[in-house]
Design a protein around this ligand. Structure first.
Ligand code: ATP
Ligand code: MG
Length: 149
C-alpha cells in the first residue's frame, strides 16, 4: 500500500487512524530519512489511543515507554546507535515479549537483535510532502495495515 501524505497534520491523522489497527504484540518498523515523519505518525497513533501527553523522539534514551490502558507502547529511536552492541543494555527481549507494541525508528541499526516485523512502514520525501509505503508481513500486522488504507 502506498499513500501520498501532503501535510504533517495528515501524517498525524493517519497515525491516529492506525490506532484502530494496533494489537498487543505487534512489531512495527518505521524506516525513512531524518525528518521524514516517523515520529509525527507515532504521535498520531498515541493520540488515537487517547494518550494526551507529550510525544518526542527518544533519540538519546533509545526507548520511550507509554503505559496505556490495555497494553504498553514502546517507541524506539535508534538513529544514534552505531553498533547493535549498544542496544544490549536495553533488555530488548522484555520489550519484545508480545505483551506490548513496539514502534521502531531506525530499525536498521539493530536488525540482528530484532525478529521480523509484523508491519513495515517506509516514509519518503516527496517535494515538501511525504509518501508512505505500508507492507504487512504477518496476520498480526494485518489490522494495522488495513487501518491506514
Ligand atoms: N506529510 C508531511 N508533509 C510535510 N511535513 C511533514 C509531514 N509529516 C511530517 N512532517 C514534518 O516533518 C518534520 C519531521 O517530522 P518527524 O520528526 O516526525 O520526522 P522523523 O522521521 O521522526 O525524523 P527523525 O529521523 O529525525 O526522528 C516535522 O516538522 C513534521 O511536522
Ligand atoms: Mg523521529
Amino acid at each position: 500500500m502506498d499513500k501520498f501524505v501532503p501535510t504533517a497534520e495528515q501524517m498525524e491523522q493517519i497515525g491516529q487512524a492506525a490506532a484502530r489497527g494496533v494489537r498487543k504484540g505487534q512489531i512495527v518498523f518505521l524506516s525513512g530519512a531524518l525528518g521524514s515523519g516517523k515520529t509525527t505518525w507515532v504521535r498520531g497513533l498515541l493520540r488515537g489511543l487517547d494518550y494526551t501527553g507529550p510525544v518526542k523522539s527518544p533519540t538519546y534514551t533509545l526507548v520511550e515507554p507509554y503505559y496505556l490502558q490495555n497494553f504498553n507502547v514502546y517507541h524506539f529511536d535508534w538513529y544514534r546507535v552505531n553498533d547493535a552492541a549498544e542496544l544490549e543494555f536495553l533488555a530488548l527481549r522484555d520489550y519484545l515479549d508480545g505483551s506490548g507494541v513496539c514502534l521502531i525508528e531506525w530499525p536498521e541499526r539493530g536488525l540482528d537483535l530484532l525478529p521480523q516485523p509484523d508491519c513495515r512502514i517506509k516514509f519518503r520525501f516527496e517535494n515538501n510532502s511525504r509518501r508512505l509505503m505500508v507492507a504487512c508481513n504477518t496476520d498480526l500486522g494485518e489490522p494495522l495495515c488495513a487501518s491506514m488504507r
